[in-house]
Design a protein around this ligand. Structure first.
Ligand SMILES: Cc1cc2nc3c(=O)[nH]c(=O)nc-3n(C[C@H](O)[C@H](O)[C@H](O)COP(=O)(O)OP(=O)(O)OC[C@H]3O[C@@H](n4cnc5c(N)ncnc54)[C@H](O)[C@@H]3O)c2cc1C
Ligand SMILES: Cc1cc2nc3c(=O)[nH]c(=O)nc-3n(C[C@H](O)[C@H](O)[C@H](O)COP(=O)(O)O)c2cc1C
Length: 471
């Protein structure tokens, strides 16, 4: 029996041996491949952190309407969560003297006007970038996230200029400059990857700028310029779908995306304060090149019905907020729909005077406002007159460009009142400019340069005494 079984047992043993040998060979091959290192093991947070610990990461922003600032803040929080020390500065605050101690310096900057830096960065660009290479930056590791919009001819011009200056100064980029076109998703993904390289492993809640949309109701609109030779201007009222309006401060903006459009949000200056219990806008009807109404202004001014839902988000606008009290005189300059942003500041001034229990100071606020025709274009006329009577407005200068063959605009009114303007500036006035960037704001800039000189204007700017909401 044994003799009969033994060949079978022998065959079975041989088969098991073969299987084991094959398994061993497979395991060895697998182990070799794994040790060859592909795919590369994910960098351990501890290893990445060891590289950046000890030396802080600096994050420097230049932002007009707060988007670059929000992204900079978000990056700072993400790095801090991983235990990285972060120092955050606005580009015009002192940083050049200390930055050599940084492991990396990240810049998040937008472009404004026609390829210009944001307002608060203009002096920095004039003094530092224009002076050429900066020795303090030699050997520094940096990265630039440039915000812009490709529909402008000078796409991301300030971010590019800054990048070039950093390179010329002997700093080296730790990732290629990211040029974001209206915060496009791919650029924000690249930014996220760049931060991963510095040790951020939890995904950013991108974009932080999509946050904060809430549901509102369209309540009513009222035309402010019937019979005007210009395009219609409407005052609109919106109310939160539920509860009271959230907080905002004079100078803030809203973003809304018109229904059925291109998905691109439009910004509008808020024309009142939350204490009213609703939100107001002043919107000019815009026509597109093909004669069709603008998507957002057409919807708001022509199509929207009472109780229509509006999804909007309130956005801080640091370049147009104010921190000063009633003792600081205000010079407010604007035209057309620019009245929106100025009106919220006038409301705030009226409230502050009422709360102070004192009469309005001698120089409280001076509004220089331009429209087309005196007969038809007097937006918020009775309200402005009431403020003049109560001395919230110490001066009101209105210019009408179509009433006279010699077209007069706000910049001409300013030049005519140069003496008074100098006196108000000498008394510490803060300037607020709101409305069209090309026609109005450029003209006002030139007029102020004529009145105050290059240096006087730059001093005002550097002191943060010129706040603008121009578009
Ligand atoms: C920070 C900021 C604040 C703003 N605040 C206000 C405000 O308080 N009130 C207000 O009315 N607008 C304001 N705007 C402008 C607003 O965001 C829209 O650009 C404007 O309403 C046109 O959008 P639309 O969808 O109607 O036009 P679209 O469908 O986008 O069509 C725009 C077309 O009109 C042209 N166009 C765009 N804007 C203007 C303009 N302002 N004047 C003339 N032509 C233009 C473009 O070249 C394009 O051909 C603000 C813009 C910014 C960036
Ligand atoms: C009036 C105005 C002018 C602008 N000019 C430019 C420009 O010249 N080049 C550009 O790339 N982007 C331009 N932009 C787009 C902004 O850079 C872009 O919206 C950016 O996201 C704003 O970021 P911020 O909120 O941090 O300032 C302009 C935007 C506005 C409203």
């Amino acid at each position: 029996m044994m003799d009969n079984l033994s060949p079978e047992i022998w065959r079975l043993q041989a088969a098991v041996g073969l299987i084991l040998a094959y398994a061993l060979m497979c395991w060895r091959m697998y182990r070799k491949a794994a040790l060859a290192g592909l795919p590369a093991p994910r960098p351990q947070p501890a290893a990445a952190l060891a590289a950046v610990r000890g030396k802080p990461v600096w994050i420097i922003h230049a932002s007009q309407t707060g988007q670059a600032e929000a992204l900079a803040r978000q990056a700072a929080r993400a790095l801090e969560k991983e235990g990285v020390e972060v120092i955050q500065r606005r580009i015009d605050q002192p940083w050049l003297d200390e930055v050599s101690a940084a492991r990396h310096v990240l810049f998040v900057v937008s472009t404004y006007g026609e390829g210009n830096p944001p307002d608060h960065a203009i002096s920095f660009a004039r003094t530092q970038l224009a002076a050429g290479p900066c020795a303090a930056l030699r050997g520094l590791s940096y990265g630039v996230l440039a915000l812009g919009d490709r529909s402008y001819p000078q796409f991301c011009a300030f971010g590019r200029q800054l990048d070039q200056w950093l390179q010329q100064s002997g700093a080296s980029a730790c990732f290629p400059r990211i040029d974001a076109d209206r915060l496009d998703a791919l650029s924000l993904k690249r930014w996220q990857q760049a931060l991963q390289g510095l040790g951020v492993h939890t995904p950013l809640l991108t974009p932080p700028l999509d946050a904060g949309y809430t549901e509102w109701r369209f309540i009513r609109r009222r035309c402010l310029n019937s019979g005007s030779p210009g395009a219609p201007l409407f005052k609109l009222e919106l109310q939160p779908q539920a509860g009271l309006p959230p907080h905002w401060q004079a100078g803030d903006l809203i973003d809304l995306t018109p229904p059925g459009g291109d998905g691109r949000p439009r910004s509008y200056s808020i024309a009142n304060l939350p204490e009213d219990g609703h939100l107001e806008l002043i919107v000019r009807s815009v026509r597109r090149a093909d004669g069709q109404p603008g998507l957002a202004s057409g919807w708001l001014n022509e199509t929207a019905w009472a109780n229509d839902r509006v999804s909007l988000r309130i956005r801080r606008n640091p370049g147009f907020n104010l921190e000063c009290g009633v003792d600081t005189p205000l010079i407010l300059i604007g035209a057309g729909s620019g009245l929106a942003g100025l009106r919220s500041h006038l409301q705030a001034r009226a409230r502050a005077i009422a709360d102070s229990g004192q009469p309005a100071p001698e120089r409280s606020a001076w509004l220089i406002f331009g429209e087309r025709s005196e007969r038809h274009d007097r937006p918020c006329h009775s309200e402005l007159e009431a403020w003049r009577r109560s001395r919230v407005l110490s001066r009101l200068d209105l210019t009408f460009s179509r009433d006279d063959p010699i077209r007069a605009y706000v910049q001409h009114a300013l030049l005519e009142e140069a003496q008074a303007f100098r006196q108000w500036i000498a008394a510490g006035a803060q300037l607020l400019i709101c409305g069209s960037a090309q026609g109005m704001a450029q003209g006002v800039e030139q007029a102020m340069r004529e009145i105050l000189g290059d240096e006087g204007l730059e001093q005002l700017r550097a002191a943060g005494r010129i706040r603008r909401d121009v578009y």
